[in-house]
Design a protein around this ligand. Sequence first.
Ligand code: DLL
Length: 432
Amino acid sequence: MPYFNPEIETASRETLHDLQSQRLRAMVRNCYDNVPFYKRKFDEAGIKPEDIQSIDDLTRLPFTVKQDLRDNYPYGLFAVGRDKLVRIHASSGTTGKQTVVGYTQEDLDHWAEGAARAIVAAGGTKEDFIHVSYGYGLFTGGLGLHDGANMLGATVIPVSSGNTNRQVQILQDFQSDILCCTPSYAMFIGETLREKGIGPDEIPLRAGIFGAEAWSEEMRREIEKALGIKAYDIYGLSEIAGPGVSYECAEQTGMHVCEDYFYPEIIDPDTLEPLPDGEYGELVFTCIGKEALPLIRYRTRDISCLTRETCSCGRTLVKMKKPHGRSDDMLIIRGVNVFPSQVEYVILQQGCEPNYQILVERQDNLDTMTVLIEMSEQMFSDEISEIAAHEKRISSAMLSILGVGARVRLVEPHALPRSEGKAVRVIDKRNI
Ligand code: DLL
């Protein structure tokens, strides 16, 4: 069973515990001495760096939230000066001011190692051609997988996102082995292949490493079929590191967290108390071992759970379940909590393809949810009554699974915009 770093990926729990404790001690000292924000927070909580001796003391430390990054925009939480910084990235900033993150060379090396571990866990070797279709730029996807492939010694094809016809040509002509992009873009590439009459067996692609947005098991199966590959999940977030904070192995029952650098916890988002393994709650990360932006107990808003059962791949690193979505993606429709991922589940379960958009409006003080779904070629019909019957069937499945009614409107194939990066699924007009 190949690993990128067997010493860490299959380390005993004791070894990891010691390493994590040692790194946490150094990190806390770094925060206290170099980040005035953390010094103030520690002082307010009456904590001295020497109070934190082991990773078990982590829960005594305060949380950090995205607003703290915004309040200290752009560089106020950095623990190093410009001379040590080597790279800046930023989040897309769709929900407010963008957040800016920075890395030293050592930070970049740790992040690249996470991405390299992910490529190896997906069956990649240094012989492989890694086709990177995540966007390059301030978004961490492109450069993250790029650096990971470089560290492994594989060959990078740095295509970036967009120009889907060209992507297909490169997949064929350059003989890419592993495709890296968002799951929604992988679907779009699959659809383009089909339109060109190219069968999945006519491209040499073997695997895909997909992340940056929530995607369901049903979506995985659609992508695997469309591209003729095995599809692996990868997770990350700019504030902690880009892709490679955690990654799937062949067992595909969760993503192994690089807990030697990024220590995970699950908390109850209301009480802020830690939750035991196996319970779903908000994922929190502490960047032990990070120099430039050492965030303590950063609340991700992602909903997941941790498991420490033995994995058939031999890795001992804790696994996090596929995030259900973000707590701030959750829609409240007439008082009922609805995650876009649940809507996607119904759509795929009802035999549609995952090309949809959720439109939320408020009419006469009442929330309404309309789900626009593209018809598949098989569903497409000139008979209005046939289309209406499909809409009725999907709508009643929505009601029984979501617990709230949704109007379903089937639209023509290709009527909805395709995404080359993270898909925009929800248009909420209630606050406009
Ligand atoms: O999306 C980093 C990344 C790039 C991850 C490429 C994987 C692949 P941000 O733009 O900061 O960073 O967005 C981070 O995206 O908090 C999750 O809500 C979501 N996310 C990332 N990976 C997954 C995943 C990158 N595998 C936010 N499943 C995170 C579900 C994911 N959600």
